[in-house]
Design a protein around this ligand. Structure first.
Ligand code: F6P
Length: 341
């Protein structure tokens, strides 16, 4: 078969490991021809692709980013591509498509599949917010980066008796912040699912200093919100791709806490460092398994499905199950963090 593979949406450590795995399984075992489509759905629309051989994927297991490039695409362009999907596939001569991406990509993949294009999805996102899979690759790497940052911030915070506010990625969900916050022993964990009261955060820090502690670390997700009627703060607008932009909650919190507490506070925005660089061992293995199962899915004709991890097993699951809602942090998981807020 001739299988197209594309990576779409924000990049994430482990994408290259999936591409490598698809090429290995497809070419070595099934005698497939793998075509790497460039810049996500944009490459599909513009007919930009190149064959990927075994040699082309040497060294990709440990390499962050995506050798195929990735792009976000406006919704009207996707609509046009869906209407013309058969022609676009014919232009590239592909029999099936493996689309690796987050919620937006899987939503598009479902539209393409409904329109008759044979598509298999592979879920990725550092945010870990895709429903119907226990975890996505990239998440573990992002948590490691964030945890290491918190560990490092502790020593400098203590030297200067400061409050450090570390802003982590997570548009709508607080999985990275919750997990790295717990792993790093942050004293406050603020996530989008649980609007916070700035006065309560300040009180908690004050009490901590009164107990003789010399510093505090607050981990805040970029999409965290103050409780209505407390701190006045607005996130940014929705961008051209339909994504919420953010207003810098970390910086705002640091300024506000400094004012309320009369103690020095510093914001630290980790941003895209959480998405860059080498994937962890866990992410490399998950990405490799997803690639393997995606190729098998193509050969089983399980189109309209995606590779989902449940427990230790990978299940081919309808893409529809992944895109109905985001997987948010449930209350009981947040309570386990024992954040004293
Ligand atoms: O969805 C992954 C993610 O890294 C989010 O955590 C973050 O809000 C967003 O992408 C950033 O997107 P961009 O790379 O377009 O700035």
């Amino acid at each position: 078969m001739r299988i197209g593979v594309l990576t779409s949406g924000g990049d994430c450590p482990g994408l290259n490991a999936v591409i490598r795995s698809v090429v290995h399984r497809g070419t070595d075992v099934h005698g497939d021809e793998i075509l790497g489509i460039e810049d996500g759905f944009l490459g599909l629309i513009e007919g930009r692709a190149r064959p990927l051989s075994h040699d082309d994927v040497t060294g990709l297991l440990t390499l962050g980013g995506t050798i195929l490039g990735s792009a976000r695409v406006q919704r009207d362009k996707i609509r046009w591509a869906v209407e013309n999907s058969r022609q676009l596939a014919a232009n590239l001569g592909i029999d099936a498509l493996i689309a690796i991406g987050g919620e937006g990509t899987l939503t598009a993949a479902k539209l393409f599949s409904d329109a008759g294009l044979p598509v298999v999805g592979v879920p990725k996102t550092i945010d870990n917010d895709i429903d119907a899979t226990d975890v996505t690759f990239g998440f573990d790497t992002a948590v490691h980066v964030a945890t290491e940052a918190i560990d490092r911030l502790k020593t400098t915070a203590e030297s200067h008796q400061r409050v450090m506010v570390v802003e982590l990625m997570g548009r709508h969900t607080g999985w990275i912040t919750l997990t790295a916050g717990m792993a790093g022993g942050a004293h406050g964990i603020l996530i989008p699912e649980k609007p916070f009261d700035i006065e309560a955060v300040a009180r908690m820090i004050e009490e901590r200093f009164q107990r003789g502690k010399k510093f505090a670390i607050i981990a805040v997700a970029e999409g965290a919100q103050p409780l209505p009627g407390t701190l006045r703060f607005e996130h940014g607008q929705v961008d051209q791709f339909g994504h919420q932009t953010f207003g810098g909650i970390g910086t705002r919190l640091a300024i506000e806490l400094e004012n309320l507490l009369g103690k020095e506070a510093r914001p630290v925005i980790l941003g895209h460092t959480q998405r860059g660089g080498t994937p962890t061992a866990l992410d490399r293995v998950l990405a490799t398994r997803f690639g393997w199962h995606a190729v098998e899915a193509v050969h089983k004709g399980a189109f309209g499905h995606f590779t989902a991890l449940r427990g230790t097993e990978i299940h081919l699951t309808p893409i529809a199950d992944a895109v109905v809602q985001l997987k948010t942090v449930p209350e009981d998981r947040w309570s386990e963090s024992e954040a004293v807020l």
